[in-house]
Design a protein around this ligand. Sequence first.
Ligand SMILES: CC(C)(COP(=O)(O)OP(=O)(O)OC[C@H]1O[C@@H](n2cnc3c(N)ncnc32)[C@H](O)[C@@H]1OP(=O)(O)O)[C@@H](O)C(=O)NCCC(=O)NCCS
Length: 179
Amino acid sequence: MHFKKIVGEKVYLSPRSVDDAEKYVAWLNTFDIAKFLDQNTKVITVEGEKEYLAKNDSNSYNFAIVDAKTDELIGSIGLMDVDYVHRTAELGIFIGDDDHLSHGYGSEAIKLLLDFGFNQLNLNNIMLKAISFNKRALRAYEKCGFKLFGTWPKSHYVEGKYYDLVYMYITKDDFNNNK
Ligand SMILES: CC(C)(COP(=O)(O)OP(=O)(O)OC[C@H]1O[C@@H](n2cnc3c(N)ncnc32)[C@H](O)[C@@H]1OP(=O)(O)O)[C@@H](O)C(=O)NCCC(=O)NCCS
């Protein structure tokens, strides 16, 4: 069951549901999705995923990304490590459904969550990290206003090679001034 907690044009963000565990598990056990999320070495089970989805962590805001036209679950997005002193958090996202990749769904979901983070939670600075080969994600983040602030060279190992981790951030002012 999904609920229209944060509503955009192409997608809405809903509290996540334990009922969606199997769909998430299928996506997270798919190498071509998992390799972008540092999940390719993890063995994720339906039981484990149900437990994870049922947890209520006060420093995280996790949502299902739902297609606004069809009400179909297409992915997941969240803010984690929310710090109420420094007003910072880390954003994570994935679109699991192939047909919805590279059609603007991810960027819209990110902008909806940034608006929630900055203008509802009153956060001031949100960061994320991506693996350097994830050009689609880097482009989506750049479109949403994220700026590069560093790389950690050769710190991520996938399929026999080391890659850089890329760090990006966006401030509340930058977000609100470019809405
Ligand atoms: C990253 C992700 C959330 C972005 O969402 P999305 O809906 O696919 O992204 P958007 O359509 O909003 O934007 C993608 C942009 O990258 C471009 N793009 C796609 N493939 C690309 C590639 N190989 N190289 C460069 N740019 C690429 C698209 O053309 C688009 O840019 P444009 O609007 O200027 O044409 C989504 O692709 C995803 O979940 N991927 C798998 C998991 C993942 O990588 N999660 C992020 C981990 S850091």
